[in-house]
Design a protein around this ligand. Structure first.
Ligand code: NDP
Length: 309
């Protein structure tokens, strides 16, 4: 069939453009910029990198950002105190707690301490509950970004059969809730699901959020399915890359020259051939996650000021 790309990079740029305009609109009316604070505990290099890319993205749309850094070895009480401080700060509209927290810090207690009105990651039980009830609130950024993508490409959701593989609280579960909110008939699958390929073959929309390299083969895909591949895995062997990426010499060269290339949960050649639309990896879901974090921050600011751009 030859599926068309759902271009997450392009949609993320459109979202950022819209946010820039809204931030300028508020500035012209004499309001302060929206503010996002990242709370980082310890010195894990990957977490540092994530935080600095979020800070950079904030600057690009005119959001003020702040980093609250706590040393490795901080305990739950110290982290809770830092959260309370951010809750109280008037110039901060959004708080993101960079996960994972170091062992010994109680993650649930920390996430529950964030003011739900500043919970731009959508992890607080109040926002999880609002999502389940279909009430307004913050939805987690990755699934929220996927909804933006599907909606902007006009993918019909009402009455469609959607299958979500993965039930994490960051991706799978909120994804299912958001699809349900838009009237899809949703099946959630996980590691104990029986006959996964048969269930997946029923899908008009298949969201793969497992984290297993090329687990979903052509046998799982109905002809014409819309595939959203959330997984981020790596191929390190040239031979394997040739098998999974078919004749895509660019990807094979990347493995040869850089030692690896990104791949999702779905076999790329199968996805290209059988889908009507698909998200590429990279350039599909990934760019939308940070764009939605910024979007939630601006929405939080606007709610606080009773204003919309
Ligand atoms: P988790 O590990 O938290 O969840 C994985 C889910 O997959 C679990 O529900 C698990 O089931 C299910 N699963 C595992 N093995 C199988 C199997 N053989 N068959 C069916 N289901 C299975 O991962 P996340 O949800 O956090 O992330 C999923 C992927 O998405 C990862 O690759 C991650 O890197 C990527 N990701 C990408 C983002 C982006 O911005 N592009 C953002 C967030 C994540 P069970 O519950 O039974 O264990």
């Amino acid at each position: 069939m030859g599926g068309r790309i759902l271009d997450g990079k392009k949609v993320a740029e459109e979202i950022r453009g819209d946010l820039r305009r809204r931030v300028l609109f508020h500035r012209d009316r004499g309001l302060r910029p929206p503010g996002l604070a990242a709370l980082l505990v310890g010195d894990d290099p990957a977490s540092r990198l994530y935080v600095s890319s979020k800070v950079k993205a904030c600057a690009e749309v005119g959001i003020h950002s702040d980093e609250a850094l706590l040393p490795a070895g901080s305990g739950t009480l110290e982290v809770l105190a830092a959260v309370r401080d951010l809750n109280a700060r008037r110039e901060i509209d959004g708080i993101l707690v960079q996960l994972p927290l170091p062992g010994g810090v109680e993650e649930d207690a920390v996430l529950e301490a964030v003011d739900p009105a500043k919970d731009v990651d959508g992890f607080h039980p109040v926002n999880v509950g609002r999502l389940a009830l279909g009430r307004p609130g913050f939805a987690p950024c990755t699934p929220a970004g996927i909804m933006e993508l599907l909606n902007r490409y006009g993918i019909p959701l009402t009455g469609s059969r959607a299958v979500v593989v993965g039930r994490s609280r960051i991706v799978g579960k909120p994804m299912a809730m958001l699809l349900l909110r838009q009237h899809a008939t949703v099946t959630i699958c996980h590691s104990r699901t029986r006959d996964l390929p048969a269930l997946c073959r029923e899908a008009d929309i298949l969201v793969a959020a497992v984290g297993r390299k090329a687990m979903i083969t052509g046998d799982y895909l109905k002809e014409g399915v819309v595939v959203v591949d959330v997984g981020m895995n790596r191929v390190t062997e040239e031979e394997e890359a040739r098998l999974l990426f078919g004749g895509d010499e660019k990807r094979i060269r990347t493995v040869r020259e850089k030692g690896s290339t990104l791949i999702g949960d779905v076999v790329p050649t199968a996805m290209w051939e059988r889908s009507s639309f698909y998200t590429p990896v990279p350039g599909g879901v990934g760019p939308l996650t940070i764009a939605m974090l910024l979007s939630n921050t601006v929405a939080s600011f606007e709610a606080r000021h009773g204003t919309a751009g």
